[in-house]
Design a protein around this ligand. Structure first.
Ligand code: HEC
Length: 307
């Protein structure tokens, strides 16, 4: 209500500028938000491609290890000996990924998480536990992906696949410490990583690839801000131009016409024309009409005098 009263009390020029500024502000917010969403969407697509490449490579190298390397290693290594560096696919992947992360792919993460891991850093956090539970509830679910923030608030794209006990061989090292290779117990202990309730086919862990989105998020923010600030600057200059244009071409001529009409109404300067060279467009037409009224008035007054 107060705003309505304020708007009503403004002159044409201020009303017009107020309206344009409001429309401009809405448009700028829309453009800024649109630019931000668009560039985030692109970054998300890009992150999904990167996650896919990393995941596919790890999947392939794991398969090669399982089918080609492990049978051979098992033949060569004495029973009860266990070297995780060459005998655990998960152990090999973890060590390789840690090296890549240290050397090249800063911010990326590839995790093999379980609620009950042999290697304690592989323990699923709250978010990852949620993923595993989702996979457990729906055995047909092949992947989960989306955006998530870590505990420091950093944004990541994640892609996850379930891990299940695909063969009896897995259970040998994860079911019961009594059947596990002695070296494994020595290296990892017999408390964590084992569960006698595990069964063949159980989903109990998950692979999760994390691609950092924080740099993309910061860049999208800066881009949106630059667009917004640039647009706002251009709008202010444009509005100033419109303000002066309205002042010279509309407001001043109308005020002049109004003052002259008032003079005529009280019989002052009756012989002076109302139209002036400053008045153009529709205002000139209005001035001409009022001037015709003045001429008629002058003629009428003369006729009266003569009667
Ligand atoms: C010869 C023993 C052995 C076999 C067989 C084995 N694992 Fe493991 N597994 C390990 C060890 C040791 C680790 C810890 C590796 C590390 O240092 O990161 C591990 C780690 C894991 C992890 C990561 C979580 C954790 O416990 O640290 C998962 C998931 C896993 N194994 C699943 C499987 C599946 C599925 C199979 C069968 C396809 C399997 N394992 C077969 C010994 C084994």
């Amino acid at each position: 209500m107060a705003l309505q009263n304020l708007v009503n009390s403004l002159g044409i020029r201020a009303k017009f500028i107020f309206m344009l500024a409001s429309l401009g502000a809405v448009a700028l917010i829309g453009i800024g938000y649109g630019a931000y969403s668009f560039s985030m969407k692109n970054s998300l697509n890009e992150a999904a491609t990167k996650a896919q490449i990393i995941d596919s490579y790890i999947k392939a190298s794991r398969e090669y290890f399982m089918t080609a390397q492990r049978p051979l290693i098992n033949e060569l290594v004495e029973k009860d000996r266990f070297y995780p560096e060459i005998m655990s696919g998960f152990g090999i992947t973890r060590r390789t990924v840690d090296m890549v992360r240290g050397e090249e792919l800063h911010g990326f993460k590839f995790r093999q998480v379980s609620m009950n891991p042999h290697h304690p850093p592989n323990k699923a956090d709250l978010f990852e536990e949620g993923l595993i539970k989702n996979f457990q509830q729906d055995a047909n679910l092949k992947t989960l992906f989306g955006k998530t923030r870590d505990k420091n608030g950093e944004l990541f794209y994640y892609q996850s696949r379930p891990i299940k006990f695909a063969s009896e061989g897995c259970l040998k090292c994860h079911l019961d410490p009594a059947y596990a290779p002695k070296d494994l117990i020595e290296l990892y202990g017999d408390t964590n990583g084992f569960d006698k309730n595990y069964k063949l086919g159980d989903i109990f862990a998950a692979y999760v690839v994390y691609v950092p989105l924080a740099p993309a998020e910061a860049a999208a923010r800066v881009q949106a801000l630059i667009l917004f600030a640039g647009g706002a600057g251009t709008m202010v200059v444009g509005l100033l131009f419109i303000w002066f244009f309205l002042d010279i071409r509309i407001v001043k001529p109308i005020m002049e016409l109004s003052a002259r009409t008032e003079e005529v109404s009280i019989g002052k300067n009756l012989e002076k024309s109302l139209a002036s060279s400053q008045m153009k467009d529709e205002i000139a037409a209005l001035a001409k009409s009022i001037d015709r009224l003045r001429i008629s008035l002058v003629k009428m007054l003369k006729r009266r005098k003569n009667e």
